[in-house]
Design a protein around this ligand. Sequence first.
Ligand code: G6P
Length: 498
Amino acid sequence: MPAIQPDLQQMLGNVQPIVVANRAPLALEAADVFRGTPERLVRGAGGLVTALSSLAASTHALWVAVARDDSDRALAARGDPADLVTEDGLTYRVSFVQPEPQAYDLYYSSISNPLLWFIQHYLWDLAREPIVDTATRYAWREGYLRVNQMVADRVIAQARASSRPALVFVEDYQLYCVPGMVRAVLGDVRIQHFVHIPWPTPQYWTILPTPIRDGILQGLLGADVVGFQTRRDVRNFLFTCEENLGLVVDLRGRTVLYEGRTVRVRNYPISIDVDGLLAQARSDEVLAEEALLLSWRPEKLILRVDRTDLSKNIVRGFLAYERMLENHHELHGTVQFWAYLQPSRQDIDDYRAYLGSVLSIAARINRQFSRGGWTPIRVEVDDVWARALAGYRQFDVLLVNPIYDGMNLVAKEGVVCNQRDGVLVLSENAGSHEELGDFALSVNPFDVDETAEALYLGLMMDPVQKVARAERIRETVRAADITRWIALQLQDLREVIG
Ligand code: G6P
C-alpha cells in the first residue's frame, strides 16, 4: 500500500481522523499446520476494509472497531488503542469496543445482517418475510442501539482525549445511529457517514416499525455529510428523508435540513488502490498460486470471486452457465467455471442455507455435464487473497452478477489485475455499473438467458474488442482510484469545516 499522496495529507489538515467501522482493518488468523502458516495478522474481509485501510494506515487514523470474537478480543488485549503491525510493516491503531457476546449477536446476527442488509439489497420475499415482532424490537434496543451507543461513547472519549479536533468517518449499516449519538454529546464536531451498500426506495423502508426506520434516518442525519456509492442511492435517500420523515430536502443541491443544520448528501464511488493492488498481484505468493492455477486451468476460464452472500446471486450465475452449456455443446470440455467463494456470516441461518444451495446446484450441474475427466464447475470455499489475485490474473470472463450491490470492488480489482484482457459480465444493479457499464457486458441479474448469452459472447469476443474494453475499464478505475474517493470526501468536508 503506497503512502497517501501528500496533498491529501495536507487536505486533512490539523485534525485527528477517526475511522469507525464494525470490522477492524485486520484480523488475527490462527496458525495453520496444513498450510504451514504461523499465526498472523491478515486484512479484514469485505470491500469496506479494502477501501479504508489505505486511509487509516497512511494518515495514522485511529480505527474504532467492534470486537467480534475471541481473536478480536485477543487483539484488543494488546492495548487501547492497540498498535497492530502487518507483515508488510504498516501500523494500524485500533481501539476495540467489546460488547457482551449476546449483545453483539443481536446487533450483528439479528438486526444488521438479516434485517438491514436484506432491506437494502431487496432480498425479502415480502409475501412471507420478514415477520416483525417483539423479538425484533428487543434486538434493536438491546443489540443494535446498545452496540451503537458503546461505539459512540468510545468515539467521544477518543475525540476528547485528542489534542487536535476530531474528524469522524463512520462506516456502513451496522452503525447508523453513531453520528446522532456523537453529535448529541459533542455538539460541534465534524462527522461523515458513508453507506457502502445500496439505499432502497422510501416504500421499502416502511417494512420496519416507525421508531426503527426513523431512528436510522435521525442517526444518520447527525452527520455533516452522508455519503453513498451512486447517484441512485443519493436520490433514494433524499426521497426517504422527505417521504418518511417529512423533512425539507433540496434535490438539486442534495441537502436535507435537519434540526437547524444543513446535511449534505453526496455520492463517492468507492474504488481501489491500483498501484498497491498491482504490486500485490505480482508478489511471489500470488505467482506461486498462479502456477498452481495454470496446472489445472481450462482453455477458457470463467471466474467469480464473492463472499457467499445472498445478494451476490451465485445460484443464478450457475443456472446461466448451465444454460450456456445446453446451448453450446462445442464448449464442453474446454470451458470451466471457477467459483472462488469466501464463507460469510455462517452464524445466520439464511446464509448457511444459501451456501448449501450454491453447493448443491453446482454438484447437480457437474453430475449432469461432466465427462471424460472434464468438470464444468469448480467450487472452492476458502479465503486466500493470493489465490483470488491469481484468479484475477487468469480469467477470460469475470462474472459479477449481484442482485443489488453497493459498488462491488471485484469488478474493479479483477479487470485491473487481469493479464488476458478478459471480459467483464456485469449486473446493471451493481454500483460499479454506473462507471463501468459501457465497457462491460451488462446483464439483468435475474435473467439467466441473458446472462448465459453474455457469458458466451464474453468467451467468444474478438481480441481487438476485448483489449479495447479492458483498456477502458483499466483507465476508468485508474482515473477514479481510492485516492480520488478519499480526496472527494475531504474536499466536501473542508467546505463543512470552513
Ligand atoms: C460489505 C459491507 C461491510 C462488511 C463486509 C463484510 O463490504 O459493506 O460493512 O463489513 O461486507 O461483511 P462482514 O459481515 O463479514 O463484516
